[in-house]
Design a protein around this ligand. Sequence first.
Ligand SMILES: CC(C)(COP(=O)(O)OP(=O)(O)OC[C@H]1O[C@@H](n2cnc3c(N)ncnc32)[C@H](O)[C@@H]1OP(=O)(O)O)[C@@H](O)C(=O)NCCC(=O)NCCS
Length: 192
Amino acid sequence: MSWGHSSNPSSEQPSDQPDPSGGLRVQIRWLIRRDMPEVLAIEQSSFQHPWSEEDFLSHLRQRNCIGMVAEFNQQIVGFMIYELHKARLQLLNFATSADFRRLGVGLQMINKLIDKLSQQRRQEIILEVRESNLEAQLFFKSQEFQAVRVMRAHYDDTTEDAYVMRFRLYETASDTLPFQPHNRIAFYDDAA
Ligand SMILES: CC(C)(COP(=O)(O)OP(=O)(O)OC[C@H]1O[C@@H](n2cnc3c(N)ncnc32)[C@H](O)[C@@H]1OP(=O)(O)O)[C@@H](O)C(=O)NCCC(=O)NCCS
């Protein structure tokens, strides 16, 4: 079970200070049970098809599932739910409070995940984003995620596609153009 276990969840960054980037410096810590009302409020105001409390609980009961929150002035301003796999982290849910967007909160949560990747020798972060969710696509692109796959009509509630986006710790040159078609002319140019 991946809830924080103490009533004084461990903090890993100082809070309530300006971020060097000009945004808000948030504290990122384990999600604990009493955070759920604020997390649900962010979820409901962020998504057309929000997770229910039971959706959160059933995910967080899995041994490999982790919940974290971003806190500012004792207020929850963002959260993320992710799964640990052998070589990667899979982001299942991620949102910041509508009143605290474009202040670097999402960026700090992604940085925390990237820190965890390097500590745990995992190589990549994967997520699925709805085709219609351009804001999230732009956000993840700004954090060096790339769209690597389209999952056609992936959702039960709409006919839209999902894009799989991936961040890799050690990106190699051949990874950076995932959709590049095989190009015979370029091949001969290279050979010349
Ligand atoms: C996507 C989301 C998490 C971004 O969080 P955030 O805290 O506002 O992000 P940040 O302030 O850290 O943004 C960092 C950078 O991402 C990019 N970015 C973020 N939101 C953007 C938007 N709406 N449009 C274009 N670029 C955006 C920008 O480059 C931004 O830097 P800048 O503000 O200096 O230009 C937030 O908008 C959100 O919760 N959306 C609803 C839930 C959601 O869609 N979750 C993802 C599900 S896959």
